[in-house]
Design a protein around this ligand. Structure first.
Ligand code: ATP
Ligand code: MG
Ligand code: MG
Ligand code: MG
Length: 437
């Protein structure tokens, strides 16, 4: 895409109401605009990143055996009366009346909807196990929406729901999501630490929050220094019950807890290897047994003909929040540094002299050939000073920049810069193409 025809409204100064770096940079780089408190429009560049994050989440859900569907944003209050949550949910729920005075709501989550859908079609044990998911907008009327998309009121969530015949089956479904989550975050260049989380009245140990360390995070966290290593992908057979359990047990062996779940005895044993930090909750997985299936009347026929009430779990990822978390983890004084997997474009082409026919011909040619090779390129073809173009490219943070100027072209070279390392090399246009394609 040519920058001269694009819509990327960058800002020089960060707006006064933005307190944390990711929020500032998202506004300055023209990724989002606030339209009401905690409600954002996704501008073209931000929307490209959001779709890439969403796609990684989708691919890892699919790999783990979950099945995608799409549920509505507006839900009927009747469903929530069936589960008993309508009156309990409180002020975070945005309640709406339709023209017939029926109580509706904008979904803050979808346990009730999915349980009703599954109830109306699953009849026998052969219909289980299943994990269904959707990536859909949610609304929570947060008391204090803040930090941009980190705590929005309208936000994009991946929410999955598992249905199993018994607790052992549910544990396997849980483990699938546990590993899928770690792989999802690792692909975005994030180390998310699974931390034991509160299970409420259900009890048990099957609830984890996935936390990305960041000084501006809202959770206070404690963990073993073993977690301070880069994330890696687990290649795993998701149907291998024992193999998956072994991976999960390996990950949960090292201590990690939010301040509500601290274990003083374990912390004392860890001693000098204990670390304290702040973190952002980018995902949460939860086993809750028959909490929704029982009151909502979901049951299937078991192999012996008797009725079985399925055991369920739910699994959320904050898709839009992740964009903020990625920027918190990856930026410098000049702007965002996108990990390649989620970058809005892979490479930015800077034509230093749009008024120079030779420079423009070379830049046009490189742009056309990158497009032909399927490399996503953003071409700064505007008639602006070089310095302003550098600043814009650094701010929006594409992984690679190719700088084309008259002096280099005299010698038959362009400059290839890596945004993250800052490393610059001079090479021919052919070699630059080979490196990027
Ligand atoms: P928090 O503790 O931050 O309020 P939560 O525990 O209420 O989050 P869950 O119900 O566990 O959230 O929802 C699943 C995921 O959705 C969270 O892990 C988080 O990544 C994301 N999420 C929740 N609330 C918001 C929000 N207001 N804005 C953006 N993402 C959110
Ligand atoms: Mg919350
Ligand atoms: Mg939480
Ligand atoms: Mg949570």
């Amino acid at each position: 895409m040519r920058l001269s025809r694009h819509f990327i409204p960058v800002m020089k100064e960060s707006p006064a109401d933005a307190q944390i770096i990711s929020h500032k940079l998202m506004l300055r780089a023209g990724l989002i605009r606030q339209t009401a408190a905690g409600i954002y429009a996704w501008l073209p560049l931000g929307y490209r990143v959001l779709r890439k994050i969403e796609q990684i989440v989708r691919e890892e859900q699919d790999r783990a055996g979950a099945i995608e569907l799409l549920m509505p944003t507006i839900q009927s209050a009747d469903l929530w009366r069936q589960s008993g949550r309508y009156d309990d949910y409180g002020l975070e729920m945005l309640r709406i009346k339709d023209r017939h005075e029926r109580d509706m709501l904008y979904g803050p989550t979808a346990e009730e909807v999915i349980t009703a859908i599954f109830r109306d079609s699953a009849k026998s044990y052969r219909d289980l196990p299943r994990t269904l998911y959707n990536i859909q907008w949610k609304f929570r009327d947060e008391v204090r929406p803040r930090f941009g998309v980190m705590r929005g009121r309208e936000f994009l969530m991946k929410d999955a729901y598992s249905f199993d015949m018994d607790e052992a089956g549910a544990r396997h479904s849980y483990n699938r999501m546990f590993v899928a989550y770690l792989n999802t975050y690792a692909r975005m260049g994030l180390r998310a630490i699974p931390m034991q989380a509160d299970t409420g009245p259900i009890g048990g140990d099957l609830s984890h929050e996935f936390i990305v360390l960041a000084p501006t995070g809202e959770s206070e966290v404690f963990y073993h220094s073993n977690w301070e290593k880069p994330a890696e992908l687990s290649s795993v057979d998701f149907d291998d019950v024992e193999g998956l359990q072994a991976i999960v047990s390996g990950y949960t062996a090292d201590y990690a807890a939010t301040d509500e779940k601290r274990d003083e005895a374990r912390e004392a044993a860890i001693g000098g290897d204990l670390r304290q930090s702040r973190g952002v909750e980018v995902g949460h997985i939860f086993y809750f047994g028959t909490k929704y299936s029982a009151p909502m009347g979901l049951k299937v026929q078991g192999p012996d003909g008797g009725e079985v009430v399925p055991h369920m779990g739910s699994y959320g990822i904050g898709v839009s929040r992740l964009m903020g978390a990625i920027i918190e983890a990856s930026h410098d004084d000049n702007g965002i540094i996108w990990p390649e997997a989620v970058a809005p474009y892979k490479v930015g082409i800077i034509n230093m002299r749009a008024d120079d026919a030779r420079c423009t011909a070379a830049a046009d040619d490189l742009y056309a050939r990158l497009n032909a090779a399927g490399v996503e390129a953003l071409y700064d073809d505007r008639d602006e000073r070089g310095g302003a173009k550098f600043a814009t490219m650094d701010l929006i943070g594409l992984p690679w920049q190719v700088v084309i100027g008259p002096k280099g072209l005299e010698r038959g070279v362009v400059e290839l810069k890596n945004r993250k390392s800052g490393e610059k090399v001079e090479l021919s246009i052919e070699d630059a193409l080979a490196r990027l394609a």
